[in-house]
Design a protein around this ligand. Structure first.
Ligand code: MSP
Length: 637
């Protein structure tokens, strides 16, 4: 059986875990789980990177010794993960004695090979990056990442003959298209290899830094923090003789963000080549989470706390959002508004609603017991076929780290099942006593839902297990087998009792605080004279928009829930009384004018954020639009 090994970067302990760290670690956990569901032997590794200048500096700032400080922050990381349903098999620390020994063994091996030499070097050293930059790499004389002027340092050091391995590495990348993924990063690395790269300085003199792993062949030096840190991927598996190394290394995938592409795509494979260790299978590189187009990072002070998001919106919504929103490889922008949008639309409306409807109908028509599918007809077969197709695509895309596409494919089936309920109309079948048909439709739905829940286990383990529990078939990893799910539609045993309701994903409002601010400012407005000044008018945020989607609001015949693109990161959710005048198709893609800063309001339980402007004339309604067509977000004044 092919083993699967996934690692995250080991995080620096100079900051608390934030959303960026949580994302990578949740992705690793999810991918690990999809392989677990296929009964493969899996190993998921994460941990902390604890040596180097940065850590010494952070410890001093906290009036602690480096030892005390790294123990404290490393524990923060380790203790955060279970709260996010992240279950690594091993948590490695670079201060573990076993890791230190492994680093020294590899250094000695590389040294004995003749791949380490002593030399003098002068370069621009950025303490933030803990590395030397060449003149060419600097941006206007500054470190391109930290935008700070590096210090010029000239000293004697040990160097790794990295250049020697660059050509074999280039060949390996050429011959193995999946070695670095997605393609853009593979190209970026090929680009780096096309430029003049120098050997790698792998030591720091103790006169400058003592917090590190001593070189086995020179006590006056410690190991460069990246040479030390990268080795965690094999030291955690007990290289060279440990069973974990023997069992898992051949299936090794490393997951990182683009900030640390070069160490993983150039330093690490050349180190492996020199040490005679087979190369990892693939490096998977994702983009940054940004906040208003700026990278989220501790140094910029714009970090989002993962635990706060969990408290506010629930863990399932948070994990689902992270995987659904970021196109793996590209940057994605984080906002609570977008999270709430996804939660309300995909989880509360689509999946939550479907689960509640199906459970309630099973109780109404079959005393809560799973009926037997008697005679599927072509409509049922079509539904089951679509399910099988979507599940197959989902697993394939997920394994290829295309999570957004995978989930969107799964949701094609979620939406289809909602339509299938409407088209099959179980209530009418019940009324007309078409029991055979009713049994079949309900079984198709219940089993479809079970399969959806099972496939969602990697993304939201807790919620997935709860849905399966509600369907009377509690999750059991020993018997779960994704591979077999596309070959049958009979996982649920007829006669099983299901729960009455689900209520796993209640709709949520955006932060109450933000809403209150808006309301307060609106009350100020109302106290004014009816006559408005030009400034007052200018406060209205009137913009052009384009309707992306129109759906009926449940239980309100006249209302549509519109998603309107007004040039923001995410379409706005607006409730509009247009259902008597337009079909959803009439509205979709249509240009409109929106009052965007109207105080948010709940209409029939649905949050509306803005107003679509229209003219009522007699019995007709005409939507306002700009002439000629403009782009979403253009200001109307
Ligand atoms: N210690 C090194 C890694 C050594 S691995 C042998 C390091 N640590 S770090 O704490 O800075 O973590 C960087 C990683 O954290 C990124 O590669 C990414 O996985 C995650 N992220 C940190 N900020 C992020 C975003 N804003 N967006 C996405 N991921 C982010 O580098």
């Amino acid at each position: 059986m092919n083993p699967f090994f996934i690692s995250t970067p080991i995080y620096y302990v100079n900051a608390k875990p934030h959303l960026g760290h949580a994302y990578t670690t949740i992705v690793a956990d999810s991918v690990n789980r999809i392989h677990k569901l296929q009964n493969k032997p899996t190993f998921f590794l994460t941990g902390t990177d604890e040596h180097g200048d940065k850590i010494v500096e952070a410890a001093a700032k906290n009036n602690q010794t480096p030892e005390e400080y790294v123990d404290r922050i490393s524990a923060l990381f380790r203790e955060t993960w279970p709260g996010l349903e992240i279950q690594p098999d091993r948590f490695i620390r670079t201060t573990d004695p076993k890791h230190k020994k492994c680093v020294q063994d590899i250094l000695q091996k590389v040294y004995d090979n003749g791949d380490i030499y002593f030399g003098e070097y002068g370069g621009h050293y950025c303490f933030g990056c803990e590395r030397f930059y060449t003149d060419k790499e600097l941006k206007d004389g500054l470190c391109p990442d930290h935008l700070e002027k590096p210090k010029f340092i000239q000293e004697k050091n040990y160097f790794f003959r990295m250049k020697k391995y660059l050509e074999p590495l280039r060949e390996h990348i050429q011959n193995n298209p999946d070695f670095i993924r997605p393609e853009r990063y593979r190209n970026e690395v090929l680009g780096m290899l096309g430029e003049e790269l120098s050997d790698l300085c792998i030591s720091r003199p103790k006169t400058r830094l003592t917090w590190g792993i001593e070189l086995p062949f020179d006590q006056d030096y410690v190991t460069y923090v990246w040479f030390d840190a990268l080795i965690n991927y094999v030291s955690a598996l007990d290289w060279p003789d440990g069973d974990d190394f023997k069992n898992y290394w051949s299936g090794a995938h490393h997951l990182v963000a683009k900030d640390i592409l070069k160490p993983h795509a150039v330093f690490w494979p050349t180190m492996l080549m020199s040490a005679g260790i087979p190369l990892y299978k693939s490096l998977r590189v994702h983009g940054y989470w940004t906040i208003r187009e700026t990278k989220m990072s501790k140094s910029l002070g714009n970090v989002v706390e993962p635990m706060a998001m969990k408290e506010k919106y629930g863990l399932s919504a948070f994990r689902y959002f992270l995987l659904r929103e970021m196109q793996f490889g590209l940057d994605a922008s984080f906002s609570e508004e977008a999270l709430v949008g996804r939660l309300n639309a995909d989880l509360a409306n689509d999946l939550g609603n479907l689960t509640n409807r199906v459970l309630a109908m099973t109780h109404k028509y079959f005393k809560g017991q799973v009926p037997e599918a008697v005679e599927p007809d072509s409509r049922d077969r079509e539904t089951m076929d679509l399910g099988v197709e979507c599940f197959g695509d989902y697993v394939r895309l997920f394994e290829n780290f295309e999570f957004a596409k995978a989930l969107s494919r799964l949701w094609v089936f979620v939406s289809h099942l909602n339509k299938y309920v409407d088209q099959s109309a179980p209530w009418a079948l019940f009324k007309e006593k078409e029991t055979v048909r009713l049994q079949t439709v309900m079984y198709v739905l219940l089993e479809g839902l079970r399969k959806i829940a099972l496939h969602l286990w990697p993304v939201m383990p807790g919620a997935s297990e709860q849905i399966m529990e509600q369907l009377g078939q509690p999750f059991d990893l020993q018997v779960a087998d994704l591979g077999a799910e596309t070959s049958h539609w009979q996982g649920l045993v007829p006669g099983t009792l299901v729960a009455r309701k689900s209520n796993l994903f209640p709709r949520v409002d955006l932060d109450q605080g933000a809403e209150k601010d808006l309301k307060d400012s609106q009350q100020g407005e109302q106290a004014r004279e009816p006559e408005v000044s030009f400034e007052d008018f200018q406060r209205l945020k009137l913009v052009t928009g384009r309707v992306v989607k129109a759906d009926k609001v449940k239980g309100a015949d006249k209302l549509y829930l519109l998603l309107v693109d007004i040039g923001e990161d995410r379409p706005r959710q607006i409730v509009a009384g247009l259902a008597d005048f337009y079909s959803p198709q009439d509205l979709e893609n249509r240009q409109v004018v929106v009052l965007a800063n109207l105080a948010p309001k709940k209409i029939r339980g649905v949050k509306s954020r803005g107003m679509v402007l229209a003219v009522r004339h007699g019995r007709e309604m005409a939507l306002l639009k700009a002439d000629p067509e403009t782009l979403p977000g253009n200001k109307v004044s």
